[in-house]
Design a protein around this ligand. Structure first.
Ligand SMILES: Nc1nc(=O)c2c([nH]1)NC[C@@H]1CN(c3ccc(C(=O)N[C@@H](CCC(=O)O)C(=O)O)cc3)C=[N+]21
Length: 298
């Protein structure tokens, strides 16, 4: 039996709809819109596209969008000064500095400068620490989006074997913590893991976040497992084409024959990332304005 395809795009659209309605309520109560500032340094074409789609999604969700596109040559000092201004700006509830930054800028220093209560990416150590010890804070958008897809499909995750492949601060580590909080039995696998295929074969839940195109094969997957593919890799263009295809870290066409459910790339986790960013911004706005967000709504 072929796997169910988990429609992240549709799920994300529903979440954006809910956030948009709550953001309209917020604006009525607060007398201002929730605001998201997105900062992009340099002119990487992929980053330009993401920042553009974040801006559009923000406006569509009844929030204010503040875009700051700075040249590649921007100094670390100038970027830090902008972050300070955004921290102090009462119209800005959430701040996202698009990564990666140019090599001459220390990413950790920039993330550390963001007010943790405006850190809607959940990258600041204060938020990483809150997640680690079970306090409420901002959770990185991609892993939180993956959890929403998993709980929607599986309900209670208690006792399930989850294998997270990848140990980044942005996806792998927070993903493992969220799964652990949901009472899954969690393994974090990575490039040095021995017998990776055997480790993955024990998983009821596989979250692939390695950044290697189509690395996870059908014979690694336990029949019926739920497979969440975080990877977004662009293949080399076919002869005659100017852009290569987007593929995940999972060999989709073969894994779908074995898995119980699988996210596609594109149309899986990626759209969830942006929807959760808006959700986190809505939460930030309520906290900053001292307005309660109706419990259990998002
Ligand atoms: N501070 C920061 N926060 C981020 O969240 C962040 C970042 N920096 N830097 C870059 C990555 C990448 N990222 C994506 C968001 C949405 C899609 C997305 O919606 N993808 C679509 C299609 C993409 C396409 O067609 O090119 C999909 O998967 O269906 C992808 C990638 C957020 N990132």
């Amino acid at each position: 039996m072929a796997a169910e395809i988990i429609d992240g795009k549709a799920f994300a659209a529903q979440l954006r709809e809910k956030v948009g309605a709550l953001a309209a309520d917020f604006a009525a109560k607060a007398g201002r819109k929730a605001g998201l500032a997105v900062v992009l340094v340099g002119d990487d074409p992929a980053s330009q596209v993401y920042v553009g789609s974040k801006g559009k999604a923000t406006l569509a969700a009844n929030m204010a969008s503040f875009e700051h596109r700075l040249p590649e040559s921007t100094s670390e000092g100038d970027l830090l000064a902008l972050v300070e201004r955004l921290n102090a700006d009462p119209a800005v509830d959430g701040i996202l500095v698009q990564l990666p930054l140019p090599d001459h800028i220390d990413e950790q220093a920039v993330i550390a400068a963001i007010d943790p209560d405006k850190d809607v990416d959940g990258f600041h150590v204060a938020n990483a620490g809150r997640l680690a010890v079970g306090q409420s804070g901002f959770v990185p958008c991609t892993p939180l989006g993956c959890m929403m897809l998993l709980t929607d499909r599986l309900g209670d995750l208690s006792g399930l074997n989850a294998v997270v492949i990848g140990r980044s601060n942005i996806v792998g580590k927070p993903m493992a913590q969220l799964l652990l909080d949901a009472n899954a039995t969690v393994t974090i696998a990575h490039s040095r893991t021995k017998d990776l295929a055997d480790v993955v074969r024990r998983a009821d839940i596989v979250v692939a976040a390695v950044g290697r195109a189509e690395m996870i094969r059908a014979d690694w997957i336990k029949p019926g497992a739920t497979v969440i593919d975080v990877g977004i890799n662009r293949l080399a263009p076919e002869p005659g084409a100017n852009k290569g295809r987007l593929v995940g870290d999972v060999a989709f066409d073969e894994v779908r024959e074995v898995a119980g459910a699988i996210t596609p790339v594109p149309g899986g986790v990626g759209p969830m990332t942006i929807a959760v960013l808006l959700r986190n911004t809505l939460v930030a706005a309520h906290r900053n304005a001292g307005i309660a967000l109706p419990e259990g709504t998002i």
